[in-house]
Design a protein. Sequence first.
Lengths: 192, 209
Amino acid sequence: MSASKASRLGEEIWKTRIEKVNAELVVLTYGTIVAQICKDFENDYTEVNKQLDKMGYNIGLRLIEDYLAKSNTMRRCSNFRETAEMIAKVGFKIFLNVTPTITNWTSDNKQFSLVFDENPLADFVELPDDGRAQDELWFSNILCGVLRGALEMVQMQVETHFISDVLRGNDTTEMRVTLVRYIDDELPPEDD
Amino acid sequence: MATLIPSIACLGVIGRNNNPLHIQIFPSYDPATNTYIPARTSLQFHLLLSSTLDVFDLRARRNAAAGVGLSGDFGLLHAVDDRLAAYGFETNTGTKFVAVVDMRGRRVDGGRAPGAGGIGVGGVGTGGGAGGGQVAAAAASSVGLREGEMKVVFKAMQTAYIKLLQNPFFDPDEHSPLTGSGGKKITSKKFAADMRRIGENWGPGMTVL
């Protein structure tokens, strides 16, 4: 599916098939969760990142089904580039109403970046001023988990992580997605 | 010809238990040295803000007795001398915003406003180059400030305060001394930057901040 077709599709689904909720509800809920996890793990931000990723992973495992149903996708993406288009222009569009830009492909077409011009999860947020959060916490790390979980359900093992975040004072919010391998459909162990 | 127009000398945010949350002082024009320096010392501004608390209290009681609502714009609280005057606003949750205005705090030349001491005077007024002249004219025509002139300041301060509260890492409990671990001041850089923007840009006749 071409890029423009994907963005039309995303736009159409967003307009017709998605129930909207109040943005502040989502933003404040997510913010509170992150703040609470930080408290629970006594500001061990590496652990907080892990927890957020895990939560996202569990969301992704379920969300993919919803995504497939709403986007009416009946076939596989033919390559990883198409997958990227669908993630950015359909997936993010229908669930968060943002369309990250896809850039920085490696030559083997296995690694790309999603650059977020706006990040609804991080509205109003200012990272704690303890000298470490700015370097260690990835506030929106849940999104990494969501992608990892969702793609795993459609036979793609990926590795995702943020490499920059405007909350930390970087110019952009950028997530790096790497395809590790396509998971072959696992056959049940043979009976001898 | 240079005219002196009102500007903000100090902005204060005070918590519901009359605890100081954030105080920022802005330099005003000093004709003697032709530079921008604070009109009073930090301690004097603190005392001035403290003295407004009684006025808040009195007004709140009077309003409650008259049944005209609990909060909102309290208008002029306290005219200190012929230069400084304190205006106040209280939210329903008891957070108070105080703006101390220096009636001769900023110099405006006939044509264009100077940008001295890092003060963004360029944004003052209703439009571009003519701004300085219009503001000067407005200032000359009225002594003091018109009713409701400070509304835009408090609106902007409230917006900044709301933004601060939306930050999940901001814990309101920490800033309320009677309960819990409280008593801290606001340390948010964003909030401080918002306050600075409001204090530096405001001028009489402004409708947007």
